[in-house]
Design a protein around this ligand. Structure first.
Ligand code: ADP
Ligand code: MG
Length: 230
């Protein structure tokens, strides 16, 4: 198994009122799965993604990522694991403006000792995988929303991480473009075996996945397989 959470809980203390964002969540996700996460606003979806993305630590419970007990790691250890294992895709694309597509894709390699030439080659290859060959030198403001999200997906792929985590990746896109982005995730999952875990509030988007996990009030309330046809 690639991802295993064992009774993880997350409590935020805002002022003096504790918020139980996640309550004893135990989930196993294997390599190559395509998981959609749904649930009402405030049900803990983003908290869960932040924990499995090693951006945060659980208040209690254990998290194993590819056999590594992340709950035992400090900040630097988590960031090293994160870099190797996880690519992130966000609702708002989170690209640097006035920075070309290829330079945006190169960013996750900034702190590695990969030679400049290889960085360019890898970035250019990642852009070709998302159908953006020829757009390397366009800045985000010269690209459509769908193309910007493709750049962000190329950035998530460039370190060859086995997992892509996407929180509402189609939330800022129109229906036709959302469909194209979901088809891209399906292709990456099918052809490269990348494990895709995404949060969505749109049932149509969830149909592209193979497994649907629903959260409510910090708990998993259902976990079912989906046809994965889109
Ligand atoms: P979702 O993504 O499903 O909308 P979240 O995981 O963002 O839900 O939030 C779950 C609960 O935790 C909510 O009640 C939210 O207000 C609270 N919460 C999330 N992040 C924080 C934080 N950094 N500090 C305090 N409370 C938070
Ligand atoms: Mg959220």
């Amino acid at each position: 198994m690639l991802i295993e959470t064992r009774q993880i809980s997350k409590v935020y203390t805002l002022g003096d009122v504790p918020v139980n964002a996640l309550k004893d969540v135990s989930i196993v996700i294997d390599k190559g799965e395509f998981v959609a996460i749904m649930g009402p606003s405030g049900s803990g979806k983003s908290s869960f993604m932040n924990l499995i993305g090693c951006l945060d630590t659980p208040t209690s419970g254990q998290y194993l990522l590819d056999g590594i007990d992340v709950s035992k790691l400090g900040r630097d250890g988590r960031s090293a694991v994160r870099n190797k294992k996880i690519g992130f895709v966000f609702q708002g694309f989170n690209l640097l403006s006035r920075t070309s597509a290829i330079e945006n894709v190169e960013l996750p390699m900034t702190y590695s000792n990969i030679p400049a030439k290889e960085r360019k080659q890898r970035s250019s290859h990642a852009l070709s995988l998302v159908g953006l060959s020829g757009r390397e030198h366009h800045n985000p403001n010269q690209l459509s929303g769908g193309q910007q999200q493709r750049v962000a997906i190329a950035r998530a792929l460039v370190n060859n991480a086995p997992i892509i985590l996407a929180d509402e990746p189609t939330g800022n896109l129109d229906t036709a473009t959302s469909k194209e982005i979901m088809e891209l995730f399906v292709r990456l999952n099918n052809e490269s075996g990348i494990t895709v875990i995404l949060v969505t509030h749109e049932p149509d988007i969830a149909t592209y996945s193979k497994r649907l996990i629903r959260f409510s009030d910090g708990c998993v309330v259902s976990d079912t397989s989906v046809s994965g046809m889109g």
